[in-house]
Design a protein around this ligand. Sequence first.
Ligand code: ZN
Length: 283
Amino acid sequence: MVLAVAVSPGRLAAGLVDERGETIVRDRVTTPAHEVWRTLEGLIRRVIAAAPDELPRPVAVGVSCTGPLDTTAGSVTPQQLRAWSGFPLRDHLEAMTNLPVHLDSAAAARAEGERWVGAGRDCDDFVVLLLDETVESACVQGGALLHGAHGNAGSVAHITVDPGGLTCWCGARGCLTPYASAAALETELNRPLRRVTSSIVERTGIMVGRALGSLLALVDVRRVLFAGSVVDVFGDPLIEVIGRELGHRDRANGLGAVELVEVTGSVDRLVAAAALTLRPPDG
Ligand SMILES: [Zn+2]
């Protein structure tokens, strides 16, 4: 049994997940603007208190957080969560639970979750791309997650897709994030995702295709797994545009043959966070 925790700008989730990847107890709250740790701590205590008496106690904590983060320091600086800048999330969770804590990005957790019980079980070389409130991605090569110095390897969020284009929160112009994150799209267009026009779906697909084309020129994968609210709402038309855009580069690394798979639902945030505990402890 492990305690799974998932932090994103919109939602805090916690649960108890067993060794088969089944979630036994779960709870979630909207991420507050202030007192984020206090809210998360309260949520975790509620989840532990809600566990049936016969349930074994958790032996480890898996925690995912939207990026950027520093897995060496155990700290997180999630985009759009201004209350946390360099917040020492791993230390806080260790002190609270007295358990080993495995921290990684939302996309890294999703990649480990897909390898554990999802669409990555039969594949040693794939990319996970989460188009959600934020843009998150991770890359598995030869069966191992690319990690990097701080845990941000394989991220396409700030690849330039439109030089001189929309301003990104990172300070640059033309990054993928302002074209493909739900939060950025809703702010720019002043309407919910469900009401965007087909030309915006097309634009998003082209920009994601450009970013993926750049990533896939550097790494070598068989499959790209897509998930997140933008993928859920835009659906097949988005994936088709991305495929078309990659097809323009199909003499490079055989990009036209990369499988594009929408993986909504099967591995949720808590199962993904729990999958992080399958690896050796951090630090
Ligand atoms: Zn950027």
